[in-house]
Design a protein around this ligand. Structure first.
Ligand code: RUQ
Ligand code: CUA
Ligand code: CA
Length: 611
């Protein structure tokens, strides 16, 4: 009898467990609903592009939302063999990286260009905290376009475009410096905010701020640039930085700064006028906010700037017109950043609580006790968070991405170090709902969403063949000097023209290469073994690169991107004759170019000494 009862009980338990796994229980049906919301069938597209900063990957990750699929990594401050980006020391981009601070970076904050307070899909700027740089990414081709080293500033951390029409990109210097740049200066350290012109990518002016400057945003009317200061103490160690109960939210009056610069009130250092607010009153207002504040975010309607308290469980709500504090509601432990929906709610990340807290802005300002709307646990220790369009004047109010610093037990273990974790949350209802999670390489700091409908039509299918491109039929190998050869090469499925290039040891060989394909996605690579050369050419692209010291031997350059059934055969030879060996000076389809250029000791046409 007891056995029968036991069997019945066991079978009931088993059925319950089965129902759970099949998604028939309460959690089960919530999961099925969530899965349906993030499922994007094969061949269909996501609704949003999300641009995630790559952190110490030095890049930008492009993820489809809601699926969480990684669509692309845009290399910015680091070489990436995957895209033939800045790999060779003579790659122009590699040289740009080396000359501006080095071939690695730490990207934190993606900032898209805006027109009328909403994204226009032209550019995305991204900072390099480590080496004080700002890069611009073109969103029609998803490639890095310009890299700028910012003078007089260390630790380029918070950046923000000046709304509503991208007048400047403001860049904050987090690592304060001796004011005159000299280590011998005993004076307290200060920082600058740099204002960069979006088109020319030049620093127009800088504004000095006492202490350091962390995260940035601009008022929606472009009047103020806001920056949090967490070391108003001007401490030089941890203890020194956490002395005060209040640090500051800095508000820079942009028009006043422009006027002062025009009147010559800036002190020019490294080519950039720096305004010192002590000598130029009215440029900078410091609003006291607790304590070691981190994020600052302006509400979509432009009324308030909200500073997150980090070491204080509060957010400080500042009226953007008066620069007065209107409320300081408690939200939870470790508030770092805030984002918004289209219904008057703010969402603040709580690092210590591992939560997102949703709160009503008007109620918090009015001081009613019911301003907290909802809380949801995230996994774990959230840093940034971003709602779709949350930085613009028109938030979408549907999805929120939590960018968590630690994933701990959330994914298959991969050693003591675990992946970074993003979680996608539905914010369309009163209560937040967890939808999905996806990992990424280290380490996304921040993200912005861009509607697929905005960007898709702006993305180019092929690069335009520029004046510098090599035309089909116009290929040549030209000796341009006693020890210099230029190869004008085209590539199309699935061959390089020319296929054989003969040079002499000691020659500098310049490859000018055009992928003359006219259809999307037909990318060819050009990799040369043992010479550190790896470039990749999307359709229509032209690249030029010089290898300085080819070693004697036969080297097969080959295509790295699988392009056709003859992809493996898409290769050719670089034949490097030893200095004193039989030398054939290439005159491939280019006899006229060779004439007149005599190579010392050897005839300039095809001949060999027949050794
Ligand atoms: S920081 S976790 Cu670079 Cu954006 Cu706040
Ligand atoms: Cu071209 Cu493979
Ligand atoms: Ca402090």
């Amino acid at each position: 009898m007891t056995r029968i009862v036991t069997l019945i009980v066991l079978s009931i338990l088993a059925t319950a467990a089965l129902m759970q796994t099949m998604g028939c229980g309460e959690t089960g049906s919530a999961q099925v609903r969530a899965a349906q919301e993030v499922y994007v069938p094969p061949g269909e597209h996501d609704r949003y592009y999300a641009f995630l900063s790559g952190g110490q990957s030095g890049s930008v990750f492009v993820v489809g939302i809601p699926s969480g699929r990684l669509i692309r990594e845009i290399p910015v401050f680091e070489p990436r063999a995957a895209y033939g980006y800045a790999v060779h020391p003579n790659d122009p981009r590699r040289r740009e990286l080396e000359s501006t601070g080095g071939a690695w970076g730490d990207t934190h904050h993606p900032a898209p260009s805006e027109t009328n307070g909403v994204y226009d899909g032209r550019y995305l700027w991204i900072n390099d905290l480590a080496n004080g740089r700002l890069a611009r990414v073109r969103l029609d081709v998803f490639e890095t376009d310009r890299i700028l080293k910012i003078p007089n500033l260390q630790g380029a951390h918070g950046i923000a475009v000046v709304s509503p029409n991208t007048k400047y990109i403001g860049v904050n210097g987090e690592f304060e410096q001796p004011t005159d740049g000299l280590a011998t200066n005993p004076a307290p350290y200060t920082s600058v905010v740099a204002f960069v012109d979006p088109e020319s990518m030049q620093v127009k002016f800088e504004v000095r701020v006492n202490g350091n400057i962390d995260i940035a945003d601009s008022s929606k009317d472009g009047r103020y640039f806001f920056a949090t200061v967490y070391n108003l103490e001007q401490g030089k160690d941890m203890g020194g930085m956490i002395q005060f109960d209040r640090d500051a939210l800095a508000a820079i009056d942009i028009a006043a700064a422009e006027k002062a610069v025009a009147e010559g009130k800036g002190v020019v250092r490294n080519g950039v006028p720096i305004l010192d607010p002590e000598n130029v009153p009215g440029v900078l207002t410091l609003i006291p906010v607790p304590k070691n504040p981190h994020g600052v975010n302006v509400t979509p309607d432009g009324r308030y700037a909200i500073a997150s308290g980090k070491l204080s469980p509060t957010v400080t709500i500042v009226d953007v017109k008066t620069l007065k504090i209107v409320a300081e509601p408690e939200v939870g432990l470790g508030p770092l950043h805030t984002t918004f929906d289209d219904r008057g709610n703010a969402f603040t990340s709580l690092f210590l609580d591992s939560q997102v807290v949703k709160w009503n802005i008007d109620k918090a300002v009015a001081g009613t006790s019911d301003y907290i709307v909802d809380r949801i646990n995230v996994h774990y220790n959230i840093g940034h968070l971003q709602a779709a369009g949350g930085e613009t004047m028109k938030p979408h109010g549907d999805f929120l991405l939590a960018l968590n610093k630690l994933s701990k037990d959330q994914y298959l273990p991969v050693g003591p170090d675990m992946p970074e974790a993003q979680e996608l949350i539905d914010i369309s209802g009163e209560k937040m709902r967890m939808l999905a999670a996806f990992p990424t390489p280290p380490e996304p700091h921040d993200a912005v969403f861009m509607a697929a409908s905005l960007l898709k039509s702006k993305v180019k299918q092929v690069f335009d063949l520029g004046a510098d491109s090599v035309k089909e039929g116009g290929e040549s190998v030209v000796r341009t000097g006693p020890d210099a050869v230029t190869v004008n090469m085209t590539m199309i499925r699935s061959a390089y023209t020319p296929e054989t290039i003969e040079v002499r040891e000691g020659d500098h060989v310049t490859f000018r290469m055009t992928n003359v394909e006219t259809i999307r996605d037909m990318t060819h690579g050009f990799a040369l073994p043992d010479h550190g050369l790896n470039v990749s050419l999307p359709p229509g692209a032209t690249k030029e690169i010089t290898i300085e010291t080819p070693k004697p031997g036969v080297y097969w350059f080959y295509c790295t991107n699988f392009c056709s059934a003859l992809h493996l055969e898409m290769r050719g030879r670089l034949v490097v004759q030893p200095k004193d060996g039989p030398v054939k000076i290439t005159d491939w389809r280019a006899g006229q170019n060779v004439a007149g250029l005599q190579v010392p000791g050897v005839p300039s046409t095809e001949k060999s000494n027949g050794r």
